[in-house]
Each structure stands twice: as structure tokens, then as C-alpha cells.
Ligand binder design. Sequence first.
Ligand code: ZN
Ligand code: ZN
Length: 365
Amino acid sequence: MNRIDRLRTDFESLAVDEFLVTDEINVRYLTGFTGDSSYLWVTPDRAVMLSDGRYTAQLAAECPTIEAAIRRPDVKMFEHVGAVLGNRPARTGIEAEHLSLAVFDQLSSVLDRPWVETSGAIASLRMIKDDSEILLTRQAIAIAEESFLAVGFDLGNPRSVDLMGTERELAFALENEMRMRGATGASFAPIIAVDENGALPHYRPSDRRLAGCQTLLVDWGAKYQGYASDLTRTLHRGNPTREFAKAYAACLRAHDAAVAAIAPGRLAHEIDAAARNVLMDAGFGDAFKHATGHGVGLEIHEMPRLGGKIETVLAAGMIVTVEPGVYLDGRFGIRIENDILVTPGGAELLSVQLPTGLEQNALIR
Ligand code: ZN
Ligand code: ZN
């Protein structure tokens, strides 16, 4: 069943007769159209793209089977929506979390109808990846892994990072390598964090030099044909301190426990608990400051979130990260992150090129 038909099958449960998709990424997901400033109107028997003249040729190339309604430059988008949808008493689903109040007011000014505020309708469809999406994600992961190796992190043959410049320069070098391999860019601004900077889970790279660092946290990913990858490695210099080695071992056990827990039918919070229990037992419960993982796809953070209260049932075709962390303020941070496909029989680790063991993650011997 195509993606638009999957949305139509949800019309009854959403209590809508038709749907107006306004979020750019959701429009892309449903149609394959990679432009912006366009809405998709879906009825039981029509799918119409509301767009403008800049995109006439692109729409014909990217989604030839979808009807295009092109507005003239002097017609505003909401006026165009009014003209195309027409004043009928249809219950029209809208994406409440993506539509601004200003735009909603405009639409309401031209269309008098029972709007139905929905939440997560298309995000739910996007949770289950089809074969083409899984392939693109694999490629996004491979690009990220190869770029990590290309900037000089040969994990099987440790060498110095002392010549790599600053956190910011390394972030730039990683993104450059990913673009050279076909990525449209980084899937998010890479986090490169030396020593105590790693204790800040959402740290932004600075001009701090890598030379002489004891630990280095690298969280990065590539965007390839719309699909994101998301990986983290934490490296250390030579023989790690006992404290670091203990925390790293616990983090790795937590990661492995979460991956082992992933299977169709399991609940998202069970995966989180699998990782969290390991870190709590090791005395690092308070040092693990975020959820265990998240879905990844057209966006870097998607459903399902693998967090403490999330009841989402895992199903084959979901792609999630597993990323337990240990953050010790003023000292260092550790995070180990991989991307996992839920398969009919369990789980498949998609990021396979970069080992996670303590030994392999030494910066220099
Ligand atoms: Zn990450
Ligand atoms: Zn992540």
C-alpha cells in the first residue's frame, strides 16, 4: 500500500473526511516531493499538491501521479487553499503541532468547515520504514562511519588526535568528509567535546584544541537523500583512568542490554529500562541524563522515543538509536550510540564499521 493510502486508512480513526498536510517533511514523506512551501490535500479519492510556479517542473519529475494545483504569484497560499478545497462541510484533518495559529486563522478566514486537530498522524506512519527508507538509512550510516575513519580515527590502529586542531575544526572536517561522500550535509551540528566538555550532553563545539585531551566525545551523522544517521563514539587517550574505564564499561553494558531488549512487541520504555537498570546498578543512575534512544529517519529525532514512560510498541521496520551516556560534571562524558533496525526476529545493528570496545577506542597507545 502506498503512503497516501496508508494515511487514508487512518481517516476513520482520526474522525476526518480529508486531510491537509502542511509540514514540509510530511509532504515529502507522502509524495517524494523535495521542495518546500507546498501543502498536500488528501481526500478518499484525490491527492492534490498545492504549490507555486517555481515547482511545476519539479513536481512533474518527483511525483508525477499526484495532481498539482499551482497558484499564481498574486494569490496567497491560504487563498489558494480556500479555492482548491472549496466550502464543503468536510471534516478536515490538520497537523496541530505543525500549523501556526497565524496560518490557521488565515485558513479559517477563507474556509468555514469543521477542522479536526490531529497530532502525530503522519509521524506514526513514518515510524515504520519501508525497504527504500532502510536502504537510504544504511547509506547515511555508511557515509558517517567512513567519514569518521577518513578524518583520522582509525580505531583498529590508534593514532594521535593532537594534530586535528580544535573541536570546531574537527566538526567542520567531519561534515566536509560526509558531503564529499554524497551527503547533503550533517544530519545535525556535530558534537565534538573534549574532556569535561563531554559532560554536557548537547555541547556545541568551541575553539578548544584537541591536543593533550584525555577523552573525546564525537556525536555526528550524515543526511543522505533526506535520511539521517546518528552515531556517537567516546575515545580516550592511552590507558584510561580507572574511573573512566568503569564508567565506559557500564555504558557499554547498558548499550548492549538495550540492543538485546529490542524486538517486535516490546514497549519503548522497556528498552529504556534495560539500559537504565545497568547504569543504576553500576552507580551511574544519576549520571545518565536523557532517554535511551529515539527514532531516526527523515528527521534526526522521530517517534518512537525510547524513554521512561513511552508505551509505543516496537514493530519490524522501526529504526531507533540506542545511546546510553554517563555524564560526570567537570570531568568527562561518555556516550555510545548506534542505529538499530527492528526486524521480525529481533534487532539488527546497522552501524557496524566502528567498534565500541574500550580498547578499540583509544586515541593513542
Ligand atoms: Zn547522536
Ligand atoms: Zn541520537
